[in-house]
Design a protein around this ligand. Structure first.
Ligand code: MG
Length: 225
């Protein structure tokens, strides 16, 4: 792939599987609530708390891209319901947030990022609330952008535009890599970036914009470039 001058990379399900780490974090939070606010867990199972996300999303559609706000809002609501104050909110959220960073990287990620970062400036662009500093991956990235900071989630072009601005490059000089056909590939293509779809599981592409390349691992991406 010619004339690529920088690469932006998605996080969840691109560098690590997200579902297991969210389940772990929800379990740790629920266990903590069980110990310190047991009446809350009598009222709310893990699934009940999950379902509250739908209710809160419907009530606050303008905040659904901010997963930290969503999770804190739900926690605050259930804690207050049982008479607990904000001092519990901070600790409980931190229990969740710490566990949310106990990710298991795909095997190809560390060698892949090392190889890519030696040739290109890298950035990470995520709709989620993972912090690469807390995972120890920040050394590979020039900067990181989240939907929370930018105010719009992918596939909206805001994060892609901001990435190009921060790289000081034209969109066609930037390659975006991610697992999601719509959020990553359609979104980046619509903003004028080049795209590589990271398809780890042999799925068929379900987006509207055919990616410029398709790989099954970061090792394959290094080869492709
Ligand atoms: Mg993803």
């Amino acid at each position: 792939m010619k004339n690529i001058k920088a690469i932006s990379i998605d996080l969840d399900d691109t560098l690590w599987p997200v579902e297991p780490v969210i389940r772990l974090a929800e379990k740790r939070l629920h266990d903590w609530l069980d110990s310190y606010c047991p009446d809350v867990t009598e009222g709310y199972s893990i699934d009940d708390l999950r379902k509250l996300r739908v209710t809160v999303a419907e009530a606050h559609p303008e905040r659904t891209h901010d997963l930290t706000w969503m999770r804190r809002h739900i926690l605050k609501r259930v804690l207050r319901e049982y008479g607990y104050g904000d001092e519990h909110l901070e600790t409980a959220f931190e229990v969740f947030f710490a566990a949310r960073h106990e990710v298991t990287l795909y095997d190809d990620v560390l060698p892949g990022l090392t190889a890519l970062a030696s040739r290109y400036p890298l950035a990470c662009l995520s709709n989620g609330n993972a912090d690469v500093n807390r995972i120890g991956l920040n050394g590979h990235f020039r900067f990181s952008l989240s939907a929370r900071e930018v105010g719009q989630p992918k596939p909206h072009r805001a994060m892609f535009d901001e990435a190009c601005r921060r790289f000081e490059l034209q969109p066609h000089e930037v390659l975006h890599v991610g697992d999601h056909p719509v959020q990553d590939i359609d979104g980046a293509a619509d903003a004028g970036l080049r795209t590589v779809w990271l398809n780890r599981n042999g799925a068929s592409f379900s987006g509207n914009r055919a990616p410029d390349g398709e790989v099954a691992s970061l090792a394959e991406l290094v080869e492709l470039l």
